[in-house]
Design a protein around this ligand. Structure first.
Ligand code: HEM
Length: 404
């Protein structure tokens, strides 16, 4: 089913467009989405299994994310069939969603995130010290994707020795698309492996509880009953993906920008007190998520005539550059205030890990710049982005420093 003539609307043109294989978005997802925002408020795509609407403005995206009656978060994908079962709680709508979200919140609350600071700082320093003398590092593989996962594995009580293997699974599940993995063969396989792995961990923690998040979930109750194995696996899988991929991807874009804009980098080095607002500006400027919703009730939004079963694509990158919300939206301003970005989303599904993510990002900026204040992108580097279905990131980022 594509959008037929009768559904075409003068307010919203229909484009031959898929964000996960669009050449402009693949070349540079930030530029690609912002160029679309400058041209349209919203448009339709004729590339889905059902009609797909892409909504670009800040207010419209917030409306979709908040209105869970009209726009369901049920497990769905804009262009292909779902891979595996829904993830919990993200693919549930209220009120069911809240039952599981309530369990996760205390694990990732502001005091918990604050309490983890010394450990996170220690891990960050250890990593930066491991390459500071080399004068070069590939930021994604040797820093960002070692830093964020190691924090997360510690919380979940998972073996650090398997970090590289876990990362492979997460990257397959999130980085691959129909273009790179036709028929979702590798994604399904990675999901299966991760689920099997968690089945073992869950059984172990049921028998012998430890002080970790898996034990906590295994011994939690919903509606007065223990949580079933499949639901536990699904909750663990969501945390596994979100806890390892997100902060690392954000750090990749942040360091690329800071390496290419010495005036901002020096400002940050000279004024470490602005790190908290720098983190917010990084989250505004480099959001990683392109979220999807399922139209549950007929509605009209930004000129798009939406019917039940249609899909809605919500690029947070576009929302965060909307001039009507952010004056001089394309300027990177380390002191931007106010900064009501929606890099973490908005509404009931707003990121459960935002407090932890902020702590990790702030510590990474502080400890890196304390040790490596001057650096640049390795000459000849050409950025290559990996565009997944819901998230995107730089593939690699070689940085160099210290050569005189
Ligand atoms: C810079 C880092 C991060 C960013 C930009 C980010 C972004 C987001 C966004 C945009 C959503 C909402 C998606 C939607 O409504 O469709 C979300 C949800 C979520 N995030 Fe994050 N996230 C980050 C880090 C983390 C971390 C570190 C964790 C866990 C350890 C985490 C766990 C979650 C969970 C569990 C949800 C689902 C919440 C729900 O459905 O109620 N996130 N995140």
């Amino acid at each position: 089913v594509t959008i037929n003539e009768e559904r075409r609307s003068p307010g919203a043109p229909i484009l031959h467009f898929r964000h996960d294989s669009d050449p402009a978005i693949n070349a540079d997802p930030f530029r690609g989405w912002i160029d679309l925002l400058h041209r349209y408020d919203a448009f339709g795509s004729d590339q889905g299994g059902a009609p797909v609407w892409v909504v670009l403005r800040y207010d419209d995206i917030c409306r979709v994310m908040r209105d869970t009656t009209t726009f369901s978060r049920r497990y769905t994908d804009a262009y292909r069939n779902p891979v595996g079962d829904p993830l919990i709680p993200i693919h549930l709508d209220p009120p069911e969603h809240g039952k599981y979200r309530r369990l996760i919140n205390p694990l990732l609350s502001p005091p918990v995130a604050k309490g983890l600071e010394p450990k996170i700082r220690h891990r960050c320093i250890e990593l930066v010290d491991s390459f500071v003398e080399n004068g070069r590092v590939e930021v994604l593989h040797d820093f960002a994707f070692r830093f964020a996962p190691s924090v997360f594995l510690g919380l979940m009580g998972l073996p650090q020795e398997q970090a590289e293997e876990f990362l492979g699974l997460v990257q397959t599940m999130l980085d691959e698309t129909d273009a790179t993995d036709p028929g979702a063969v590798r994604r399904i396989q990675a999901r299966q492996e991760t689920n099997d792995f968690f089945a073992g961990v869950i059984a172990d923690r049921r028998a012998v509880p430890k002080e970790d998040y898996v034990s906590y979930l295994v011994h939690s109750e919903v509606d007065g009953a223990p949580i079933e194995m499949e639901t536990l696996q699904s909750m663990c899988l969501l945390l596994f993906e979100a806890g390892q991929h997100t902060v690392a991807s954000t750090l990749g874009s942040a360091f690329y920008y800071l390496a290419s804009h010495p005036e901002h980098r020096r400002d940050l080095v000279e004024h470490p007190e602005i790190v908290p607002s720098a983190v917010e500006e990084i989250l505004r400027y480099f959001p990683i998520d392109t979220s999807i919703r399922y139209v549950a009730e007929e509605t009209e939004l930004a000129g798009c005539p939406m019917k039940p079963g249609d899909r809605v694509v919500l690029p947070l990158t576009a929302a965060n550059r909307d001039e009507s919300q952010f004056p001089d939206a394309d300027a990177f301003d380390l002191r931007r205030d106010p900064n009501r970005h929606i890099g973490f989303g908005v509404g009931p599904h707003r990121c459960a890990g935002s407090h932890l993510a902020r702590v990790e990002l702030a510590i990474a900026l502080e400890e890196w710049h304390r040790r490596i204040p001057e650096y640049e992108v390795e000459p000849g580097f050409e950025p290559r982005y990996i565009i997944g279905t819901t998230v995107f990131r730089l593939d690699a980022l070689p940085l160099v420093w210290g050569a005189s």
